[in-house]
Design a protein around this ligand. Structure first.
Ligand code: IVH
Length: 690
């Protein structure tokens, strides 16, 4: 053998030893302590690297590896000592993983090849969600729940029968007059996202550590030694496979799962019009299902990490059998994980429009849920202290859907000894001025109204689309213009001249013309947008609309008194005080007067009451999900028919208009009996003659 070949083989053997050690370590963290240090994705990467190396121990390479203690020799981790051990009569296997369409197609090809199917023959697959909980086996003897065993290492698990009997979602007796003598039902125990949030709030109130995610909460609950606590945790069980069975036979995966639900055991079928299990006749239907579920991932009440693809015909499943640790007849098609580990490189502090200081973590870029993330808001300094986050910490980050990435926790075990807690700033990082905590709030604020950051953010808000809509003036220009002192208040936009702008670097004649045109076009805003543009604290779009509808002119609004403001629905003392502080500030009023003298004229157009439809007029509407038109356009149309835009789902809400991926508002509205409409149904209602 050539010298370099020999060297390469030695390195491969070394890597194999290292991988065994790493996987063993992470198995213990995950199975024994319920404290994973790496994501499932990273773990799977280690495992597939290990398995790839082990293939080299087979001919033709016959690499001499020590496999006796390899994690590939057993299925999963080890059971906890505190429960009685119990052996599974058939081992509980794992699934092989795929991560994209090509790998799903390759799985289909492998199955077809093994079964020696000709390319034209159909091979139906039963597909369903891959639930992110813990696997459990329920044993029903003559229809009675006699034992429940966790997966454990796949051969032996923990006997959690006492605890499982406390879970209301699991029937103690099958609903059938003719039960089989033995039915081993396998499925997933999990906690719904809502229940998880509720539990964590309780944990915090009681000064206990919150759980990192619903999976850990479910695992922690199932392994509670006190069954009373289990009873309170509202765990769920969804069945998806069989163990040993006697006295009954099934032909297909679909009919097996149908039987489970017929006898009263929850299965994954559908949720809120989302098909979550489906019989697919072609592999293209499988990949379409995989993509579709990804779009609905966040509308589901529980966490999933992919879908599971199973050959539907049970006799074919038997023919296919299993290899090493997983069945040949099934695979998981996983989505990118929503949690990952990375490092905090720095903590910077941003100063917002209202002077609030917000710490932001700058992280080593990492992919989470298919998106590269680099920043996470830390909300406030109290949060940093509570989580004890430090610069250079390795951290677990989470990102779900459109939610802003969040740091869940630091990995304190990896922290070097010399690390020091983070020290919040003692002065405003933008203007160097003093900062203080406002009574009743936790945020630090810079109180200098001339602080450059405050000015920049205030002006950015003023020109934004939903405010004055000066579309040619973007964030970068405002930052530049404030820095060179070209603008510092609202009226300055309307004083800008062609000569001033053209003399600035990177400014062409055409773009200057466009900028000035777009400033000019903004001069006649509707009153509500103008009020919103002022950026008064706590006065968002809907409050601005309420104020505009009530006062109907700018001078009337500027004369508002506390009692008049408080007489308005939805305006409380905090908002009223904030408005009064603004309209009593002489500097701001001076700027306003200048604006008006430069030709800015907010206008108010009352709703044409006679033309409105009583089905819609003064009814409260809320829009959720993606509509066929822009959200702001939809609001305008609703308002043009006299409808009112509500701020949340309450029992006073009259209609919830839903688009695609409606989210949790839909469920809440349904529970409150609110009428649900699609956009088309809303339009039909508006045009209904009354
Ligand atoms: S079928 C392998 N169906 O995935 C035997 N498993 O990685 C058949 N899982 O231990 C399993 N949802 O905890 C199956 N719909 C589903 C599943 C599912 C989640 C879990 C299960 C298993 C793990 C394998």
């Amino acid at each position: 053998m050539a010298r370099q070949d020999f060297k390469a083989l030695e390195l491969t053997k070394e890597r194999h030893e290292k991988l065994k050690e790493l996987i063993h370590h992470h198995d213990i963290q995950y199975y024994l302590y319920d404290k994973p240090q790496i994501t499932d994705y990273e773990y799977d990467q280690l495992l597939s690297e290990l398995l790839a190396i082990e293939e080299k121990s087979e001919p033709p390479l016959n690499l001499d590896l020590n496999l006796s203690d390899s994690p590939s020799q057993r299925v999963g981790g080890m059971p906890l000592e505190s429960f009685k051990k119990a052996k599974h009569s058939k081992p509980m296997l794992s699934l092989s993983n795929t991560y994209n369409i090509e790998e799903i197609l390759a799985f289909d090809q492998r199955v077809r090849k093994f079964l020696e199917l000709n390319p034209n023959s159909t091979l139906p697959y039963y597909c369903e969600l891959k639930l992110d909980g813990l696997a459990l086996e329920l044993i029903y003897t003559n229809g009675i729940l006699t034992q429940a065993i966790t997966r454990g290492d796949g051969e032996t698990g923990e006997d959690v029968t006492q605890n499982v009997r406390r879970i209301k979602a699991i029937p103690l007796k099958l609903s059938t007059d003719n039960p089989p003598s033995l039915l081993q039902v396998r499925g997933e125990v999990l906690m719904l996202k809502n229940d998880f949030e509720k539990l964590n709030r309780q944990q915090q109130e009681q000064g206990l550590a919150p759980f990192a995610n619903p999976r850990n909460a479910a695992a922690g609950s199932l392994r509670q030694l006190d069954p009373h606590i289990v009873a309170k945790r509202n765990l769920r069980f969804y069945a998806y496979a069989k163990g040993q069975i006697q006295g009954i036979t099934f032909d297909t995966q679909q009919s097996l799962e149908k039987y489970f639900s017929d006898v009263g055991i929850l299965t994954i079928q559908s949720y809120n019009q989302i098909t979550t299990a489906r019989l697919c006749h072609e592999i293209n239907e499988v990949t379409a299902f995989y993509k579709n579920i990804l779009n609905h991932r966040h509308d589901l009440p529980f966490d999933i990490d992919g879908i599971v693809i199973k050959v539907n015909d049970l006799s074919l499943q038997d023919d296919l059998g299993e290899i090493a640790r997983s069945p040949r007849w099934a695979c998981a098609a996983k989505y990118e994980p929503e949690q990952a580990t990375t490092q905090i490189q720095d903590i910077i502090v941003q100063v917002g429009r209202t002077g609030v200081l917000t710490p932001v973590a700058i992280m080593t870029p990492v992919r989470v849920g298919g998106v590269l993330i680099t920043h996470a808001t830390l909300h406030n300094f109290e949060e940093i202290k509570k989580k004890d986050l430090r610069i250079n910490d390795d951290v677990v980050v989470h990102r779900a859907g459109d939610v802003i990435p969040e740091i869940i926790k630091p990995l304190t075990e990896k922290r070097p000894a010399h690390s020091k807690p983070y020290q919040p700033p003692t002065a405003c990082p933008s203007c160097g001025g003093p900062i203080s905590i406002i009574e009743g709030e936790i945020a630090y604020r810079c109180l200098n109204p001339l602080c450059p950051s405050v000015v920049i953010e205030t002006l950015k808000h003023f020109v934004s689309r939903k405010a004055m809509n000066i579309d040619r003036v973007g964030d970068r220009l405002i930052e530049e213009w404030v820095t060179i002192d070209l603008i510092k208040q609202f009226s300055d936009f309307y004083l800008l001249s062609k000569q001033q702008l053209i003399s600035l670097p990177r400014m062409g004649k055409k773009s200057v013309d466009n900028i000035l045109k777009s400033i000019e076009a903004s001069k006649t805003p509707p009153l509500d947008r103008f009020i919103y543009a002022l950026g008064i604290r706590f006065v968002g779009q809907s409050t601005s609309l309420i104020l505009a509808n009530h006062f109907q002119s700018l001078p009337a609004f500027l004369k508002a008194t506390e009692s008049e403001l408080l007489s308005l629905d939805e305006i409380g003392p905090k908002v009223a005080q904030s408005i009064l502080t603004w309209i009593q500030n002489p500097l701001l009023i001076l700027d306003l007067e200048k604006l008006l003298s430069l030709g800015v004229t907010p206008h108010f157009s009352p709703i044409q009451v006679s033309a409105t439809n009583p089905l819609v007029f003064q009814k409260k509407f809320l829009v959720t999900g993606t509509l066929p038109l822009e959200r702001s356009k939809a609001h305008e149309i609703i308002k043009s028919y006299g409808g009112v835009i509500a701020s949340g789902v309450t029992k006073d809400l009259n209609f919830l208009i839903t688009g695609q991926s409606p989210g949790s508002k839909l469920l809440k509205a349904q529970n409150l009996g609110v009428t649900i409409l699609s956009w088309d149904e809303f339009l039909i209602m508006c045009q209904t003659e009354t």
